[in-house]
Design a protein around this ligand. Structure first.
Ligand code: ZN
Length: 490
Protein backbone atom coordinates (compact mmCIF):
# COMPACT_ATOMS: atom_id res chain seq x y z
CA UNK A 1 0.00 0.00 0.00
CA UNK A 2 2.68 2.42 1.02
CA UNK A 3 4.75 1.56 -2.00
CA UNK A 4 1.86 1.99 -4.39
CA UNK A 5 1.10 5.39 -2.94
CA UNK A 6 4.63 6.52 -3.47
CA UNK A 7 4.57 5.34 -7.08
CA UNK A 8 1.30 7.12 -7.67
CA UNK A 9 2.75 10.24 -6.15
CA UNK A 10 5.79 10.08 -8.39
CA UNK A 11 3.55 9.67 -11.42
CA UNK A 12 1.42 12.55 -10.31
CA UNK A 13 4.45 14.74 -9.79
CA UNK A 14 5.68 13.77 -13.25
CA UNK A 15 2.36 14.78 -14.74
CA UNK A 16 2.28 18.03 -12.88
CA UNK A 17 5.74 18.86 -14.15
CA UNK A 18 4.54 18.14 -17.68
CA UNK A 19 1.52 20.36 -17.18
CA UNK A 20 3.70 23.14 -15.86
CA UNK A 21 5.89 22.61 -18.91
CA UNK A 22 2.99 23.07 -21.37
CA UNK A 23 3.17 25.23 -24.49
CA UNK A 24 4.30 28.82 -24.18
CA UNK A 25 3.31 31.73 -26.39
CA UNK A 26 6.01 32.70 -28.87
CA UNK A 27 7.80 36.02 -28.87
CA UNK A 28 5.56 38.17 -31.08
CA UNK A 29 8.51 39.95 -32.67
CA UNK A 30 8.43 43.58 -33.66
CA UNK A 31 6.37 45.63 -36.09
CA UNK A 32 7.19 48.84 -37.96
CA UNK A 33 4.44 50.69 -36.08
CA UNK A 34 5.07 51.54 -32.46
CA UNK A 35 2.81 50.18 -29.78
CA UNK A 36 1.22 53.59 -29.37
CA UNK A 37 0.64 53.93 -33.11
CA UNK A 38 -1.03 50.54 -33.26
CA UNK A 39 -3.27 51.37 -30.32
CA UNK A 40 -4.18 54.69 -31.89
CA UNK A 41 -4.94 53.12 -35.26
CA UNK A 42 -7.15 50.50 -33.61
CA UNK A 43 -9.05 53.12 -31.63
CA UNK A 44 -9.58 55.26 -34.74
CA UNK A 45 -10.91 52.26 -36.59
CA UNK A 46 -13.09 51.24 -33.64
CA UNK A 47 -14.57 54.74 -33.51
CA UNK A 48 -15.36 54.31 -37.22
CA UNK A 49 -17.06 50.98 -36.53
CA UNK A 50 -19.36 52.75 -34.07
CA UNK A 51 -20.34 55.13 -36.88
CA UNK A 52 -20.69 52.57 -39.63
CA UNK A 53 -22.20 49.59 -37.87
CA UNK A 54 -24.75 48.92 -35.14
CA UNK A 55 -23.11 47.95 -31.85
CA UNK A 56 -24.77 46.58 -28.71
CA UNK A 57 -24.35 48.69 -25.58
CA UNK A 58 -21.71 47.50 -23.12
CA UNK A 59 -24.48 46.72 -20.64
CA UNK A 60 -26.12 44.11 -22.90
CA UNK A 61 -25.89 40.50 -21.63
CA UNK A 62 -24.18 39.50 -24.90
CA UNK A 63 -21.43 42.10 -24.53
CA UNK A 64 -21.02 41.35 -20.83
CA UNK A 65 -20.62 37.67 -21.56
CA UNK A 66 -18.22 38.14 -24.51
CA UNK A 67 -16.19 40.46 -22.33
CA UNK A 68 -15.92 37.92 -19.51
CA UNK A 69 -14.96 35.19 -21.96
CA UNK A 70 -12.47 37.52 -23.62
CA UNK A 71 -10.91 38.44 -20.31
CA UNK A 72 -10.42 34.79 -19.44
CA UNK A 73 -8.46 34.42 -22.69
CA UNK A 74 -6.49 37.65 -22.23
CA UNK A 75 -5.41 36.42 -18.80
CA UNK A 76 -3.31 33.77 -20.56
CA UNK A 77 -1.12 36.34 -22.30
CA UNK A 78 2.07 37.43 -20.53
CA UNK A 79 1.67 41.08 -19.51
CA UNK A 80 4.77 42.25 -21.38
CA UNK A 81 3.21 41.13 -24.68
CA UNK A 82 -0.39 42.05 -23.93
CA UNK A 83 -2.57 44.78 -25.38
CA UNK A 84 -5.51 46.80 -24.08
CA UNK A 85 -8.05 44.29 -25.39
CA UNK A 86 -11.69 45.32 -25.29
CA UNK A 87 -14.78 43.53 -26.50
CA UNK A 88 -17.83 44.64 -28.46
CA UNK A 89 -20.79 42.83 -30.04
CA UNK A 90 -22.35 43.71 -33.39
CA UNK A 91 -26.00 42.70 -33.93
CA UNK A 92 -25.22 41.23 -37.35
CA UNK A 93 -26.74 38.04 -38.67
CA UNK A 94 -23.73 36.72 -40.53
CA UNK A 95 -20.89 34.98 -38.76
CA UNK A 96 -17.93 37.26 -38.32
CA UNK A 97 -15.48 38.59 -35.79
CA UNK A 98 -12.54 40.91 -36.13
CA UNK A 99 -9.91 42.45 -33.93
CA UNK A 100 -8.18 45.74 -34.56
CA UNK A 101 -4.53 46.58 -33.92
CA UNK A 102 -4.00 47.28 -30.26
CA UNK A 103 -6.91 45.17 -29.11
CA UNK A 104 -10.49 46.30 -29.83
CA UNK A 105 -12.41 43.16 -30.80
CA UNK A 106 -15.86 42.91 -32.39
CA UNK A 107 -17.91 39.70 -32.40
CA UNK A 108 -21.12 39.32 -34.43
CA UNK A 109 -24.25 38.01 -32.76
CA UNK A 110 -24.31 35.51 -35.67
CA UNK A 111 -21.08 34.04 -34.36
CA UNK A 112 -22.54 33.55 -30.88
CA UNK A 113 -25.64 31.81 -32.19
CA UNK A 114 -23.67 29.66 -34.68
CA UNK A 115 -21.25 28.33 -32.06
CA UNK A 116 -22.18 24.90 -30.70
CA UNK A 117 -20.48 25.54 -27.41
CA UNK A 118 -18.35 28.03 -25.52
CA UNK A 119 -15.12 26.38 -26.70
CA UNK A 120 -15.90 27.16 -30.34
CA UNK A 121 -16.61 30.78 -29.53
CA UNK A 122 -13.41 30.90 -27.48
CA UNK A 123 -11.68 29.46 -30.56
CA UNK A 124 -12.77 32.30 -32.83
CA UNK A 125 -11.85 34.88 -30.21
CA UNK A 126 -8.46 33.28 -29.49
CA UNK A 127 -7.71 33.28 -33.20
CA UNK A 128 -8.56 36.99 -33.46
CA UNK A 129 -6.60 37.74 -30.33
CA UNK A 130 -3.62 35.96 -31.85
CA UNK A 131 -3.69 38.33 -34.85
CA UNK A 132 -3.41 41.25 -32.42
CA UNK A 133 -0.79 39.47 -30.31
CA UNK A 134 1.38 38.78 -33.37
CA UNK A 135 0.75 42.37 -34.65
CA UNK A 136 -0.21 41.01 -38.07
CA UNK A 137 -1.94 44.17 -39.31
CA UNK A 138 0.98 46.35 -38.29
CA UNK A 139 3.49 43.97 -39.85
CA UNK A 140 1.42 44.00 -43.03
CA UNK A 141 1.61 47.79 -43.05
CA UNK A 142 5.37 47.41 -42.89
CA UNK A 143 5.51 45.23 -45.96
CA UNK A 144 3.97 47.95 -48.08
CA UNK A 145 5.65 50.72 -46.25
CA UNK A 146 7.29 53.61 -47.97
CA UNK A 147 9.39 56.15 -46.21
CA UNK A 148 6.41 58.45 -45.88
CA UNK A 149 3.93 55.98 -44.44
CA UNK A 150 4.75 56.51 -40.82
CA UNK A 151 4.84 60.19 -41.50
CA UNK A 152 1.36 59.70 -42.94
CA UNK A 153 -0.02 59.20 -39.45
CA UNK A 154 -0.28 62.95 -39.42
CA UNK A 155 -2.10 63.17 -42.70
CA UNK A 156 -0.79 65.60 -45.24
CA UNK A 157 -1.83 68.20 -47.68
CA UNK A 158 0.13 67.47 -50.82
CA UNK A 159 -0.31 63.79 -51.35
CA UNK A 160 1.10 61.79 -48.48
CA UNK A 161 -1.08 59.32 -46.69
CA UNK A 162 -3.55 60.33 -44.05
CA UNK A 163 -5.00 58.24 -41.26
CA UNK A 164 -7.39 56.38 -43.51
CA UNK A 165 -4.57 55.70 -45.91
CA UNK A 166 -2.66 54.34 -42.99
CA UNK A 167 -5.58 52.12 -42.05
CA UNK A 168 -5.64 50.80 -45.60
CA UNK A 169 -1.91 50.19 -45.42
CA UNK A 170 -2.54 48.14 -42.34
CA UNK A 171 -5.00 46.07 -44.34
CA UNK A 172 -8.08 47.62 -42.75
CA UNK A 173 -10.80 49.17 -44.80
CA UNK A 174 -14.53 49.47 -44.82
CA UNK A 175 -16.39 47.36 -47.33
CA UNK A 176 -20.03 46.46 -47.80
CA UNK A 177 -19.80 44.07 -44.86
CA UNK A 178 -18.07 46.45 -42.55
CA UNK A 179 -14.45 46.48 -41.64
CA UNK A 180 -12.30 44.30 -43.84
CA UNK A 181 -9.02 42.89 -42.73
CA UNK A 182 -7.21 40.66 -45.13
CA UNK A 183 -4.72 38.25 -43.65
CA UNK A 184 -2.27 36.07 -45.52
CA UNK A 185 -2.32 32.29 -45.24
CA UNK A 186 0.91 32.46 -43.23
CA UNK A 187 -0.74 34.86 -40.79
CA UNK A 188 -3.69 32.49 -40.57
CA UNK A 189 -1.53 29.48 -39.78
CA UNK A 190 0.23 31.53 -37.10
CA UNK A 191 -3.06 32.83 -35.65
CA UNK A 192 -4.30 29.23 -35.41
CA UNK A 193 -1.11 28.10 -33.70
CA UNK A 194 -1.00 31.01 -31.23
CA UNK A 195 -4.78 30.87 -30.73
CA UNK A 196 -4.46 27.18 -29.88
CA UNK A 197 -2.00 27.99 -27.09
CA UNK A 198 -4.29 30.68 -25.68
CA UNK A 199 -7.20 28.23 -25.73
CA UNK A 200 -5.20 25.47 -24.10
CA UNK A 201 -3.98 27.72 -21.35
CA UNK A 202 -7.52 28.95 -20.73
CA UNK A 203 -8.70 25.34 -20.46
CA UNK A 204 -10.41 24.85 -23.83
CA UNK A 205 -9.64 22.11 -26.32
CA UNK A 206 -7.81 23.82 -29.18
CA UNK A 207 -9.48 21.55 -31.73
CA UNK A 208 -12.71 23.52 -31.14
CA UNK A 209 -11.09 26.34 -33.10
CA UNK A 210 -10.71 24.12 -36.14
CA UNK A 211 -14.19 22.67 -35.55
CA UNK A 212 -15.69 26.10 -35.94
CA UNK A 213 -13.79 26.93 -39.12
CA UNK A 214 -14.83 23.58 -40.54
CA UNK A 215 -18.43 24.28 -39.71
CA UNK A 216 -18.19 27.67 -41.39
CA UNK A 217 -16.84 26.15 -44.58
CA UNK A 218 -19.66 23.61 -44.57
CA UNK A 219 -22.30 26.30 -44.08
CA UNK A 220 -21.36 28.14 -47.21
CA UNK A 221 -23.22 31.38 -47.51
CA UNK A 222 -23.44 32.41 -43.84
CA UNK A 223 -19.75 32.80 -43.26
CA UNK A 224 -18.07 33.87 -46.50
CA UNK A 225 -16.85 37.19 -45.11
CA UNK A 226 -15.07 35.61 -42.22
CA UNK A 227 -13.55 32.95 -44.44
CA UNK A 228 -12.37 35.42 -47.04
CA UNK A 229 -10.80 37.61 -44.34
CA UNK A 230 -9.24 34.52 -42.80
CA UNK A 231 -8.21 32.27 -45.69
CA UNK A 232 -7.74 28.60 -44.86
CA UNK A 233 -4.02 27.95 -44.49
CA UNK A 234 -4.74 24.35 -45.48
CA UNK A 235 -5.58 21.41 -43.24
CA UNK A 236 -6.42 23.56 -40.30
CA UNK A 237 -7.61 20.62 -38.21
CA UNK A 238 -4.54 18.48 -38.93
CA UNK A 239 -2.16 21.33 -38.21
CA UNK A 240 -3.81 22.01 -34.86
CA UNK A 241 -3.90 18.33 -33.95
CA UNK A 242 -0.21 18.01 -34.80
CA UNK A 243 0.57 21.04 -32.69
CA UNK A 244 -1.26 19.86 -29.60
CA UNK A 245 -0.27 16.18 -29.88
CA UNK A 246 2.49 16.42 -27.28
CA UNK A 247 0.86 18.86 -24.93
CA UNK A 248 0.04 17.43 -21.52
CA UNK A 249 -3.57 16.27 -21.35
CA UNK A 250 -6.10 18.46 -19.61
CA UNK A 251 -9.69 18.29 -18.53
CA UNK A 252 -11.07 20.70 -21.05
CA UNK A 253 -13.96 22.98 -20.40
CA UNK A 254 -16.44 22.64 -23.24
CA UNK A 255 -19.29 24.95 -22.44
CA UNK A 256 -21.02 26.81 -19.66
CA UNK A 257 -24.59 27.48 -18.56
CA UNK A 258 -23.82 31.12 -19.17
CA UNK A 259 -23.03 30.47 -22.81
CA UNK A 260 -26.22 28.48 -23.30
CA UNK A 261 -28.27 31.25 -21.77
CA UNK A 262 -26.68 34.04 -23.78
CA UNK A 263 -26.89 32.09 -27.01
CA UNK A 264 -30.59 31.48 -26.44
CA UNK A 265 -31.14 35.13 -25.66
CA UNK A 266 -29.08 36.25 -28.65
CA UNK A 267 -31.25 34.18 -30.95
CA UNK A 268 -34.15 36.49 -30.11
CA UNK A 269 -32.23 39.71 -30.75
CA UNK A 270 -33.00 42.04 -33.63
CA UNK A 271 -30.07 41.46 -35.96
CA UNK A 272 -29.20 43.02 -39.32
CA UNK A 273 -27.78 41.53 -42.47
CA UNK A 274 -24.50 42.80 -43.85
CA UNK A 275 -26.44 44.45 -46.63
CA UNK A 276 -28.73 46.30 -44.23
CA UNK A 277 -25.71 47.42 -42.27
CA UNK A 278 -23.99 48.72 -45.41
CA UNK A 279 -27.12 50.67 -46.36
CA UNK A 280 -27.49 52.09 -42.88
CA UNK A 281 -23.87 53.18 -42.95
CA UNK A 282 -24.59 55.21 -46.08
CA UNK A 283 -27.57 56.94 -44.54
CA UNK A 284 -25.65 57.42 -41.31
CA UNK A 285 -28.29 55.77 -39.17
CA UNK A 286 -26.03 53.64 -36.97
CA UNK A 287 -24.25 56.50 -35.24
CA UNK A 288 -27.61 57.78 -34.02
CA UNK A 289 -28.99 54.36 -33.15
CA UNK A 290 -25.86 53.47 -31.20
CA UNK A 291 -26.04 56.73 -29.30
CA UNK A 292 -29.71 56.22 -28.47
CA UNK A 293 -28.99 52.68 -27.30
CA UNK A 294 -26.16 53.84 -25.12
CA UNK A 295 -23.53 52.12 -27.31
CA UNK A 296 -20.98 54.87 -27.09
CA UNK A 297 -17.40 54.30 -28.03
CA UNK A 298 -14.94 55.29 -25.38
CA UNK A 299 -11.25 54.94 -25.81
CA UNK A 300 -10.59 53.14 -22.57
CA UNK A 301 -7.07 52.15 -23.46
CA UNK A 302 -5.52 54.87 -21.41
CA UNK A 303 -3.53 56.39 -24.25
CA UNK A 304 -3.59 60.12 -24.24
CA UNK A 305 -3.58 60.58 -27.98
CA UNK A 306 -6.41 58.42 -29.15
CA UNK A 307 -9.59 60.33 -28.53
CA UNK A 308 -11.38 60.02 -31.84
CA UNK A 309 -12.42 63.23 -33.51
CA UNK A 310 -15.98 63.98 -32.59
CA UNK A 311 -18.32 65.16 -35.30
CA UNK A 312 -20.62 66.61 -32.75
CA UNK A 313 -20.62 70.30 -32.43
CA UNK A 314 -19.39 71.14 -28.99
CA UNK A 315 -19.37 74.87 -28.88
CA UNK A 316 -22.09 75.57 -31.39
CA UNK A 317 -22.01 79.13 -32.57
CA UNK A 318 -22.38 80.59 -29.13
CA UNK A 319 -19.58 82.67 -27.72
CA UNK A 320 -17.00 80.67 -25.80
CA UNK A 321 -15.93 81.78 -22.37
CA UNK A 322 -12.19 82.04 -21.95
CA UNK A 323 -12.63 80.05 -18.74
CA UNK A 324 -13.83 76.99 -20.67
CA UNK A 325 -10.79 76.84 -22.93
CA UNK A 326 -7.99 78.03 -20.66
CA UNK A 327 -5.07 75.63 -20.84
CA UNK A 328 -3.74 73.89 -17.78
CA UNK A 329 -0.18 74.98 -17.09
CA UNK A 330 0.87 71.35 -16.80
CA UNK A 331 2.03 69.92 -20.12
CA UNK A 332 1.86 66.20 -20.86
CA UNK A 333 3.70 64.66 -23.78
CA UNK A 334 1.83 63.22 -26.76
CA UNK A 335 3.60 61.03 -29.27
CA UNK A 336 2.25 61.81 -32.73
CA UNK A 337 4.70 59.64 -34.63
CA UNK A 338 6.99 62.06 -36.43
CA UNK A 339 7.07 64.29 -33.40
CA UNK A 340 6.39 64.46 -29.73
CA UNK A 341 4.77 67.55 -28.31
CA UNK A 342 3.69 68.71 -24.89
CA UNK A 343 0.05 69.68 -24.59
CA UNK A 344 -1.93 71.20 -21.74
CA UNK A 345 -3.23 68.36 -19.62
CA UNK A 346 -6.84 69.44 -20.12
CA UNK A 347 -6.65 69.71 -23.94
CA UNK A 348 -7.25 66.68 -26.10
CA UNK A 349 -5.49 65.24 -29.10
CA UNK A 350 -8.03 64.70 -31.85
CA UNK A 351 -6.94 62.29 -34.55
CA UNK A 352 -7.64 63.19 -38.18
CA UNK A 353 -11.11 62.09 -39.27
CA UNK A 354 -9.98 61.45 -42.80
CA UNK A 355 -7.06 61.45 -45.13
CA UNK A 356 -5.23 64.75 -45.22
CA UNK A 357 -6.98 66.18 -42.16
CA UNK A 358 -4.97 67.77 -39.41
CA UNK A 359 -4.28 66.41 -35.99
CA UNK A 360 -5.79 68.88 -33.55
CA UNK A 361 -4.85 69.58 -30.00
CA UNK A 362 -7.60 71.63 -28.47
CA UNK A 363 -9.92 72.13 -25.53
CA UNK A 364 -13.29 70.44 -26.10
CA UNK A 365 -15.09 73.78 -25.96
CA UNK A 366 -12.75 75.27 -28.55
CA UNK A 367 -13.94 73.06 -31.38
CA UNK A 368 -17.14 73.37 -33.35
CA UNK A 369 -17.98 70.94 -36.11
CA UNK A 370 -14.93 70.86 -38.34
CA UNK A 371 -13.59 74.17 -37.19
CA UNK A 372 -11.27 74.95 -34.38
CA UNK A 373 -11.38 78.28 -32.58
CA UNK A 374 -8.80 77.57 -29.88
CA UNK A 375 -5.93 75.15 -30.12
CA UNK A 376 -3.34 73.85 -32.51
CA UNK A 377 -3.53 72.14 -35.89
CA UNK A 378 -0.61 69.91 -36.79
CA UNK A 379 0.05 68.37 -40.18
CA UNK A 380 2.77 67.72 -42.69
CA UNK A 381 3.42 68.43 -46.33
CA UNK A 382 5.77 66.95 -48.80
CA UNK A 383 6.75 68.50 -52.11
CA UNK A 384 5.88 66.31 -55.07
CA UNK A 385 8.61 63.93 -56.11
CA UNK A 386 11.60 65.71 -57.55
CA UNK A 387 10.36 69.19 -56.60
CA UNK A 388 12.96 70.47 -54.25
CA UNK A 389 11.59 73.63 -52.62
CA UNK A 390 13.15 76.10 -50.24
CA UNK A 391 11.47 76.39 -46.87
CA UNK A 392 10.35 79.92 -47.74
CA UNK A 393 8.71 78.73 -50.95
CA UNK A 394 7.17 75.72 -49.30
CA UNK A 395 5.74 77.85 -46.51
CA UNK A 396 4.29 80.26 -49.07
CA UNK A 397 2.83 77.37 -51.10
CA UNK A 398 1.29 76.01 -47.92
CA UNK A 399 -0.40 79.32 -47.12
CA UNK A 400 -1.73 79.52 -50.69
CA UNK A 401 -3.10 75.98 -50.42
CA UNK A 402 -4.81 76.92 -47.16
CA UNK A 403 -6.27 80.02 -48.77
CA UNK A 404 -7.59 77.96 -51.67
CA UNK A 405 -9.19 75.73 -49.05
CA UNK A 406 -11.79 78.45 -48.58
CA UNK A 407 -10.43 80.18 -45.53
CA UNK A 408 -10.60 83.94 -45.54
CA UNK A 409 -6.99 83.77 -44.51
CA UNK A 410 -4.77 86.84 -44.76
CA UNK A 411 -1.07 87.15 -44.08
CA UNK A 412 -0.18 89.86 -41.59
CA UNK A 413 3.47 90.75 -41.23
CA UNK A 414 6.54 89.05 -42.62
CA UNK A 415 7.92 85.59 -42.52
CA UNK A 416 10.37 85.20 -39.63
CA UNK A 417 12.99 82.66 -38.71
CA UNK A 418 12.24 80.54 -35.66
CA UNK A 419 14.03 77.61 -34.06
CA UNK A 420 12.02 74.51 -33.18
CA UNK A 421 13.70 71.43 -31.69
CA UNK A 422 17.04 72.85 -32.78
CA UNK A 423 15.93 73.16 -36.39
CA UNK A 424 15.49 76.45 -38.21
CA UNK A 425 11.90 76.91 -39.30
CA UNK A 426 9.62 79.76 -40.35
CA UNK A 427 7.00 81.70 -38.45
CA UNK A 428 4.19 83.65 -40.05
CA UNK A 429 1.23 85.49 -38.53
CA UNK A 430 -2.08 85.27 -40.32
CA UNK A 431 -5.63 86.24 -39.51
CA UNK A 432 -9.08 85.04 -40.43
CA UNK A 433 -12.55 84.95 -38.88
CA UNK A 434 -13.11 82.88 -35.75
CA UNK A 435 -15.76 80.16 -35.92
CA UNK A 436 -16.93 81.53 -32.58
CA UNK A 437 -18.60 84.92 -32.28
CA UNK A 438 -17.21 87.40 -29.80
CA UNK A 439 -18.84 88.07 -26.44
CA UNK A 440 -21.14 90.61 -28.11
CA UNK A 441 -22.40 87.89 -30.49
CA UNK A 442 -20.73 89.44 -33.53
CA UNK A 443 -18.12 87.75 -35.71
CA UNK A 444 -14.61 88.29 -34.42
CA UNK A 445 -11.13 88.19 -35.90
CA UNK A 446 -8.94 85.19 -35.33
CA UNK A 447 -5.16 85.03 -35.11
CA UNK A 448 -3.55 82.05 -36.87
CA UNK A 449 0.13 81.63 -36.13
CA UNK A 450 1.80 79.35 -38.64
CA UNK A 451 5.11 77.63 -37.87
CA UNK A 452 6.83 75.37 -40.40
CA UNK A 453 9.69 73.01 -39.55
CA UNK A 454 11.67 71.06 -42.18
CA UNK A 455 12.41 67.39 -41.71
CA UNK A 456 15.46 65.61 -43.03
CA UNK A 457 13.47 63.79 -45.73
CA UNK A 458 12.41 67.02 -47.48
CA UNK A 459 8.94 67.11 -45.94
CA UNK A 460 7.80 69.88 -43.65
CA UNK A 461 5.82 69.74 -40.44
CA UNK A 462 3.56 72.64 -39.71
CA UNK A 463 1.64 73.97 -36.77
CA UNK A 464 -1.16 76.52 -36.77
CA UNK A 465 -1.82 77.99 -33.34
CA UNK A 466 -5.33 79.41 -33.24
CA UNK A 467 -7.26 81.76 -30.99
CA UNK A 468 -9.48 84.81 -31.37
CA UNK A 469 -7.38 87.91 -31.91
CA UNK A 470 -8.60 89.44 -28.65
CA UNK A 471 -7.47 86.44 -26.60
CA UNK A 472 -4.40 85.32 -28.50
CA UNK A 473 -1.90 86.96 -26.16
CA UNK A 474 -3.37 85.09 -23.21
CA UNK A 475 -2.72 81.80 -24.99
CA UNK A 476 0.64 82.70 -26.49
CA UNK A 477 2.73 81.54 -23.48
CA UNK A 478 1.12 78.11 -23.76
CA UNK A 479 1.76 78.01 -27.50
CA UNK A 480 5.37 79.04 -26.96
CA UNK A 481 5.79 76.29 -24.37
CA UNK A 482 4.24 73.73 -26.69
CA UNK A 483 6.65 74.69 -29.49
CA UNK A 484 9.55 74.52 -27.08
CA UNK A 485 8.52 70.99 -26.08
CA UNK A 486 8.56 69.63 -29.64
CA UNK A 487 10.90 66.72 -30.25
CA UNK A 488 11.34 65.57 -33.83
CA UNK A 489 11.58 61.83 -34.37
CA UNK A 490 13.40 60.09 -37.20
ZN1 ZN B 1 -7.44 34.99 -39.13
Amino acid sequence: MALATVTALILLVGQLAAVVGGPELPNPGSAPLTREQQIQLGLQAAAQVYKQMPVLPDSSPETQYIRRLGERLVAQIPPQYSWPFEFHVIPQKEINAFALPGGPMFVNVGTITAATNEAELAGVMSHEMAHVYMQHAAKQAGKQQTASTIFGVLGALLGTQGALGQLAQAGLQFGAQGLILKYSREDEAQADAVGAIIMYKAGYNPTALADFFQKLAAQGSAGPQFLSDHPNPGNRMEAIQREIANWPPKNYRTSSPEFEKVRQQAAGLRVYTGEEIAQGAKSGEWAGLNRRNGAIFRASAGTDSAAPASDESVGGTRPVSLQSVLPSSRLVTSNLGPLKIGRPENWRVMAPAQRGDDIRIAPAAGVTGNAIGYGVLINGVQPRQGQGMSLDNLTTALVQAMQRGGNDLRIVGNMQRITVAGVEGRSLDMESTSPFPGANGHPQKERDWLVTVPRTDGSVLYFVFVAPQAQFEQLRPTYDNMLRSVQLQR
